[in-house]
Design a protein. Structure first.
Length: 129
């Protein structure tokens, strides 16, 4: 015998349709994490404060503070931190190449081996920092 499901109830069905005019959130390449080490850098803090003043001046161009924050400030903060990270990485690479060249010069030098070892240890420590 075949059974057929039937719901007999005295409850009324409610249908809700929602139409939003807001754009859907787009997903990017992944999550972004702010590097908190930059918050100890006074140059970065000063740059951030200058940008913050400019961003605040543009707040009146947006219908609400939320839209100002989402459409302008969040993106600009991310961009500022990302740019700082790229510049910091580039500077580290330049210094690393500089110290590696200095190590090569020390190795080519005609000094005593003990002096070379000490000079190389000092240069190696600078690369690691």
């Amino acid at each position: 015998m075949e059974s057929k499901d039937a719901a007999f109830t005295d409850h009324l069905a409610i249908i809700l349709r929602v139409a939003l005019s807001a754009q859907c959130m787009t997903r990017g390449k992944g999550y972004w994490r702010m590097n908190p080490a930059y918050l100890d850098d006074q140059n970065f803090i000063q740059t951030f404060k200058q940008h913050w003043k400019m961003w605040r001046k543009n707040a009146h161009h947006y219908p609400s503070r939320v839209m100002w924050w989402c459409r302008l400030v969040k993106r600009r903060i991310r961009l500022l931190f990302s740019r700082t990270g790229v510049e910091s990485c580039r500077e580290r690479e330049i210094m690393k190449h500089f110290y590696c060249s200095a190590m090569y010069v020390v190795l080519q030098d005609e000094r005593d081996s003990g002096d070379k070892v000490l000079a190389l240890k000092i240069l190696k420590a600078k690369i690691i920092d």
